[in-house]
Design a binder for this molecule. Sequence first.
Ligand SMILES: Nc1nc2c(c(=O)[nH]1)N[C@H]1C(S)=C(S)[C@@H](COP(=O)(O)OP(=O)(O)OC[C@H]3O[C@@H](n4cnc5c(N)ncnc54)[C@H](O)[C@@H]3O)O[C@H]1N2
Ligand code: MOO
Length: 461
Amino acid sequence: MTAPGTRAEAPAEDTDDLDVEEALALVREPHGEPRNDGTDDSPARTPAADPQAPGERPAERHRATPWTRARETAARAARSRTRRAPVSVPLADALGLALAAPLDALTDLPSFDTSAMDGWAVAGPGPWQVREEGVLAGHAQPERLTDGEAVRIATGARIPADTTAVLRTEHGRIDAQGRLHTTREMLHGQDIRPRGQECRNGDQLLPVGTLVTPAVLGLAAAAGYDTVTVVPRPRAEVLVLGDELLTEGLPHDGLIRDALGPMLPPWLRALGADVIAVRRIGDDARALHKAVTRSDADLIVTTGGTASGPVDHVHPVLDRVGAELLVDGVKVRPGHPMLLARTKDHQHLVGLPGNPLAAVSGLLTLAEPLLRTLAAHPAPEPYTLPLREPVQGHPHDTRLVPVVLRGDHAVPLHYNGPAMLRGIAAADALAVVPPGGARQGEETELLDLPWATAGIGVCFT
Ligand SMILES: Nc1nc2c(c(=O)[nH]1)N[C@H]1C(S)=C(S)[C@@H](COP(=O)(O)OP(=O)(O)OC[C@H]3O[C@@H](n4cnc5c(N)ncnc54)[C@H](O)[C@@H]3O)O[C@H]1N2
Ligand code: MOO
């Protein structure tokens, strides 16, 4: 936690400077005018000209991992551990998981010769005598037809033996003698779906690793499955740190509402995790130590306490449990104090900074590649769009800036300071702005947000 007075007590190089992200948020309004309308959460100041980022000690810069490498490290960390055993789950629980076994057809599809249309099953050339009883879908095997005979048939019904074609209702006419005539030329086998047209029993329908979408669920059911074998969701536990956090009501007396407790669990679920617990730890090193050592989650996500204030307990606790720090700071704004550690053989910890947008940045930089790899999900295809407005860059670090997608452009949003959620709450994606910034019209990589690509109902299961 950033304790009251921390900045005042910090070494001279840290004291006066704004965090660069906060400063940039002030000056990146249209026409490059400094903003002074009270909508940012930092005092109206201009950024320092010093190329060393404000609020940052040289040692931190040296240690911090470049953004792209940090993401690769997180994915590699997940690959380096043994994957959990595949599980068999009912179709209703499989959405969003990856297949751990190929989906092989358990039957021919269709499993019997089927009528593709409502009409008549006919045998031989017309006109045909129409039988009295029709054939409906789901009913017993109909009687064989003889040449010159027809029978009423519904879409999906079994084709009687010796049927030569199905005549659609709209292409047939019954004369005064009750005989059926076709009004069109008919082909042999027309509008019959032959057994095995889509697949034969044992054919591979989908390979290992396929993401279970609603369409996959439909195919699996059609092919005879009640359960599918999938890679289990990685289990995540969220530890919310900070004595200043309220879980309800209005902020008061220096206390603020916990924004991350409500935000992270559904977001982690959208990233493929099963959130097994959310614990409030306060600023209590012993409680944090206990929670970390007792957890059997695949991923522990902490919020806050990553910096070096008097109650920032994440580093000391990681030291104490003998964790291996894989990433200790990332060259990204916001969120540079984020970290990734291996706490046990099969467990990692992502430390998200407490500032809410910085936490989002940590979530997408470290937790997303880790969870995606544990869940055996494919990496999203990188894509770019031109920026509608220029975005000022950090001198050394990547910036992640909330944008909305409008037509063929990404439009940067305001309210993108590290402590703000107003921009991201309206955003479709985060633009990955390289060190030095991006010009108007410059093609810029985008990270989609889960609700923009899949919709809340699909993703946040
Ligand atoms: N001397 C330095 N101070 C700070 C530095 C630095 O480099 N040197 N970095 C700043 C940056 S950048 C960030 S980001 C934060 C990260 O700090 P922590 O991870 O230790 O986070 P806290 O100090 O606990 O909290 C920061 C801020 O966020 C608020 N917060 C915390 N948890 C929540 C929550 N669940 N919901 C809403 N808001 C939360 C907290 O009250 C603080 O205002 O450190 C800077 N300081
Ligand atoms: O720049 Mo910090 O990393 O506020 O988020």
